[in-house]
Ligand binder design. Structure first.
Ligand code: JFZ
Length: 456
């Protein structure tokens, strides 16, 4: 047994993965939806004829050199025109359900500090916008009604709070001021859990500030408190640092939180790098835009096939893929995003069996696509169809009884299997040739079910 070498007061609260029902449920999701929405959707990446170069939800931090005059002040008054007349939480939830999402992560408060719920602890909330109504509640209720689990995104960065700072406080005055921010943050988090008791977890962001990193005792205590008031709560590794300033993983290399939250717009190359940890990947549709950006033409927009491939990549390595949507200032999800959701949904309606509850198969990645495993069923989702229509699958002799039956997931048509001795004995493999019918035509990735028979 390996023991911790560095004594820590505020390190990981646990060794290894959680084993409770809530976390098991999280593991079975496969696909999720992220929504970034706030007053940044009003400028949508541009203002007064000028275009901001970065991610649209960061536009408030536009550099003075290129921003319109008096920009921060303009931004901080956008809430007075936040009146999303097209917003329909039920329509969003229906669309997410149709796409096949099992959970949603929703921005309650991004870095600008604007709260989409009527927080008691600040005036900078939806309550003081023309819209007035509690958007977080509408979202939680609508998604829950569709059977979709809700996770609340919460930014530690808060550009609107007077006590917020990025650098560690030094003077007594600074320390006192930061104390007000710490109290405020705790109050808001407890308020969210109290107001929306059905939420399954909190998704933290902006926890990289030196001021926050230095607060190991406070954040350790706060995490414990949040878990206590909301049993089963799921929190990723992007919340706090240990007393040595280590984030995600403590000074002994143990993960702080329930799953690895570092897979942002990137995917692990292999199962090895994950070391058995739970993880999910949050993915934008453009290269790096989370909030609504009016200009979708000047960057590559991922297709539904790109995203389905990322989904298979994730699930085949025991992770979930979370696809981000950025509704506009009126609350509408842009038609292009709607089409992508529909495209993924169409595929999921036929093939989700290979996704939900499916896991890493314990085999090397096949050149044709991705394996996922559930019980005795090995699923091969094919993205690269061989020109000779022979899927040659190398199955190690240690891997159960080998392939007993093969058939298309859609339609159930049986496929011919032949054991093929190709005269090389790499890893003691048995080679199975599964024949695809020559007249089988598809423009989409397709799933071949490989039945491994009853396990002994
Ligand atoms: C953060 C935010 O700044 C951004 O606006 C968005 O909300 C996104 C989901 O989260 O951006 C990050 C956070 C972490 C990394 C990169 C961008 N990271 O760990 O590489």
């Amino acid at each position: 047994l390996k023991t911790d070498t560095i004594p820590l007061k505020y390190g990981a609260h646990r060794t290894g993965n959680r084993t409770d029902a809530e976390m098991e449920r999280w593991r079975s999701y496969g696909l999720g939806q992220f929504i970034h929405w706030g007053v940044y959707a009003i400028p949508g990446g541009q203002w007064a004829g000028k275009t901001y170069g970065g991610a649209a939800e960061w536009i408030r931090s536009w550099s003075k050199a290129t921003a319109p005059e008096n920009w921060t002040n303009t931004y901080d008054n956008f809430y007075k025109q936040f009146n999303p007349t097209s917003f329909d939480a039920k329509a969003w939830a229906k669309q997410a359900k149709q796409m096949g999402a099992k959970y949603v992560i929703f921005t309650t408060k991004h870095h600008d500090g604007f709260c989409l719920w009527p927080s008691k602890y600040t005036d900078y909330t939806i309550k003081n916008s023309p819209y007035k109504k509690d958007i977080v509640k509408e979202v939680v209720d609508a998604y829950n009604a569709e059977g979709i689990d809700v996770y609340l995104y919460f930014s530690i960065i808060d550009w609107n709070h007077k006590g917020y700072r990025s650098a560690a406080p030094k003077t007594a005055e600074e320390i006192a001021s930061y104390e007000t921010f710490k109290k405020f943050t705790r109050n808001q988090l407890l308020e969210l859990l109290k107001n929306y008791p059905t939420v399954k977890g909190l998704w933290f962001d902006g926890s990289w500030d030196q001021a926050w990193i230095k607060e190991a005792a406070y954040t350790d205590e706060l995490e414990k408190e949040l878990r206590k008031v909301h049993p089963g709560l799921i929190i990723g590794s992007r919340f706090r640092a240990d007393e040595n300033g280590k984030r995600h993983f403590d000074s002994n290399g143990k993960m702080m939180g329930d799953y690895e939250q570092g897979w942002e717009r990137k995917l692990p190359a292999s199962i090895e790098v994950l070391k058995g940890r739970d993880w999910d990947c949050v993915m934008t549709i453009p290269p790096n835009q989370w909030g609504y950006n009016a200009d979708w033409k000047s960057s590559y927009i991922k297709t539904d096939d790109d995203l389905i491939q990322m989904l298979l990549h994730s699930v085949s390595l025991n992770g979930n893929l979370v696809i981000n949507f950025g509704p506009d200032g009126k609350g509408a999800i842009r038609p292009e995003e709607g089409a992508i959701a529909a495209g993924i949904g169409e595929w999921m309606q036929q093939n989700a069996e290979a996704i939900y509850g499916a896991k890493y198969a314990g085999l090397p990645k096949p050149e044709y696509g991705y394996y996922t495993l559930k019980g005795n069923q090995l699923y091969l989702t094919v993205f690269n169809r061989p020109v000779n229509n022979q899927l040659r699958l190398a199955i190690p002799q240690s891997y159960g009884k080998g392939i007993q039956k093969a058939y298309f997931l859609v339609g159930g048509q049986a496929l011919k299997i032949k054991k093929t001795n190709i005269g090389i004995d790499r890893d003691s493999n048995t080679y199975f040739d599964v024949t695809l019918p020559a007249d089988f035509k598809t423009e989409k990735p397709f799933v071949v079910v490989l039945d491994l028979g009853e396990s002994n």
